[in-house]
Design a protein around this ligand. Sequence first.
Ligand code: AMP
Ligand code: MG
Length: 476
Amino acid sequence: MLFNFQNTYNKLPEIFYSKQLPSPVREPKLLYFNTDLAHELNLNIQNQEELTLILSGNKLSSGSEPIAQAYAGHQFGHFTILGDGRAILLGEILDKNQKRKDIQLKGSGKTTFSRGGDGRATLSSVLREYIISESMYALNIPTTRSLAVIGTSDKVFRGDLLASAVLTRVADSHIRVGTFEYFEDTNSLKILADYVIERHYSHIQNTPNKYLELLENIINAQAQLIAKWMNIGFVHGVMNTDNMTISGETIDYGPCAFIDEYNPDTVFSFIDTNGRYSFSNQAGIALWNLSRLAESLLPLFDSEPAKALEQAKEKLYKFSEEFEFYWLNEFRNKLGLQEEIPEDHDLFRSLLDLMHKNKADFTNTFRNLSKFNNIFPEGCETKNADLWLATWRARLKQEKTSPQEQINLMNKHNPVYIPRNHRVEQALLAANQGDFSLFDKLLEIMKKPFSENIIWQEYTELPSENERVKQTFCGT
Ligand code: AMP
Ligand code: MG
């Protein structure tokens, strides 16, 4: 038995999901299998043939009771009923640490929530999710993970006929802000909230107003997550409420991308014409999404609407403070600092301003700081940079830690490698033509993003003007 399923979500009332078998694919082929993750999940891998059949959706593993989950969401600000239109939850398992994980197939065929869609995913979109989610994991950012990619000989139509694939996604759960938005009746809401508390936030079970505590915990998890995105240069690109998890994991790798030259207004996604989900808007949007969550939960806070609203607001006000706290903390690590002082905020902001003005590469600037190099590209204004460096160095001198400890701290928080957009695009282009060597290489490098290896020097370099990826597409 590959998976030892122990399902709980499908024990909830039937309005939470629809029972749904994956649709078979033609000529399934195991393209990628994440053995490290399989090990963490305690999987019992017998033979590759069976593995391929199960992860393609062509064979049902024993104990699997597949469902498509119901959810709604605000997409670019507009409320819509959604649900798993091309994903099927095979079931839940307990990992090595007895932590419950969802095993989901993505691109596994139509469901009752597919609306006009074909329920399938392109090979490019699946490989993209695989490489970016695994990179995020290696960069220490909470994320859903990718267990396998199954290639098929079925083609999907996206303007052209394209190769398709099925991804196996692993998550703490697939419950989203949009899952709460789906339910209007208080009874279902309560069932969902109780389920979420038991699964994700069991330490608040016995608190006096556990639903308010739940909101507070989710706000905290998201504040931590977005702070991490901001300090690694990650732009999610499509922060709709259905793409925001309750667990605090990054989910749904569509048009996401990492920043090269720092510009806070960066938008990659082709569909994000107004920059709603730009790099610098992410904390604000997270708060907007959490406000939709709070609205959904209102009936559980207090039977008196005005009182419930006041309580919710009080929790939401905490988001900015918490976000700032985590952001400062992580920034301190990036600069090798441990002591907190009131000037931290200005020190960090002025570095970002300098980086913006000088079009400095986000990743390389931070990494080079630990070498105490000149931090900005050659030919850029140096006066202000020198001033900034002097202030920072004076700060480092006042620290209790040794210079070596400071460098170690910085190197643990400033990656050498990120999956740069042009590298991802090159790898996907080649993979679509049957050459997976670039993808393999990127995957290998991204397993150890903090350890410098001279042979991978070119993966730290910025794209040439020809290679530059200015826009990303959902490419679903
Ligand atoms: P996303 O943009 O990936 O967050 O998806 C938004 C909604 O569209 C979700 O309900 C998806 O399940 C659905 N969806 C996306 N692509 C497809 C597809 N090819 N077939 C059916 N539903 C889809
Ligand atoms: Mg989504």
